[in-house]
Design a protein around this ligand. Structure first.
Ligand code: SF4
Ligand code: SF4
Length: 218
């Protein structure tokens, strides 16, 4: 599949677009010229058991432990890891004539359930994914990218596609999701049954996933 604006990278099962170099999506425009232009990589990817398994299966256990699991910037949930973004210093400073910094605005907005979603946007406007490399783009091994990172295509790009291309796009996006999500659900259920979580039982989970990889290879 190769559209005018989207490429299918079959090796890594991911969608890519040349449009991203000059991201036109209004939602992802930066608030200041001082902020790097990174499009939708102002994001905190959520690594599921599927991506964790892929790292273990590729023999990248050290990468998983050091870059994801033990990284103090990251948050370990029961079966997922959120890779915390770098937050630009401008987030903490008040601009000329402003009564609050973006960080203070963020704190105010998150106090109410009616404005909590605005708080998220406020923070992400100053965020840079920890895997983003200036001048290059995503610096993460594409095999380890989350299914969202491999499949997300914004409205600004979709609007440029024909009806037929949109159908092909959603088929590819479905394919990416259908590979990752059932795996995560299946092994989350198994680990729940065993009473294991990423936070408390990382050794057991690593051994389990290594054995799973060996079984699949046999
Ligand atoms: S997918 Fe859309 S929002 Fe994301 S960088 Fe590309 S053009 Fe911008
Ligand atoms: S992992 Fe890569 S593609 Fe995903 S948000 Fe980070 S830099 Fe962008």
């Amino acid at each position: 599949m190769k559209y005018g604006t989207i490429k299918w990278d079959a090796k890594s099962n991911q969608l890519l677009s040349t449009v991203c170099r000059n991201c036109p999506d209004p939602h992802f425009q930066r608030r200041s010229e001082e902020l790097p232009h990174i499009g939708c990589c102002a994001y905190e990817p959520v690594f599921t058991l599927f991506e964790i398994y892929k790292m273990i299966a590729a023999g990248e256990t050290d990468f998983f432990m050091e870059q994801l699991y033990r990284n103090p910037r990251n948050t370990i949930y029961e079966y997922e890891i959120v890779a915390g973004a770098f937050i630009h210093p401008l987030f903490y400073s008040r601009g000329p004539g402003e009564s609050e910094s973006p960080a203070e605005r963020y704190e105010r907005l998150r106090q109410s359930p009616h404005t909590a979603y605005q708080a998220v946007d406020e923070r992400l406007a100053y965020a840079v994914c920890q895997f983003f490399v200036d001048g290059k783009g995503c610096g993460l091994n594409p095999h380890f990218k989350t299914s969202i990172c491999r499949s997300f295509i914004c409205d600004a790009i979709e609007e440029r596609l024909s009806e037929e291309e949109r159908k092909q796009l959603s088929a590819r996006q479905r394919m990416i999701r259908d590979e990752a999500e059932p795996f995560h659900r299946k092994y989350r259920a198994i680990f729940q049954e065993k009473g294991w979580t990423l936070g408390d039982n990382i050794e057991e989970i690593m051994v389990y996933l290594q054995e799973l990889n060996q079984q699949k290879a046999e």
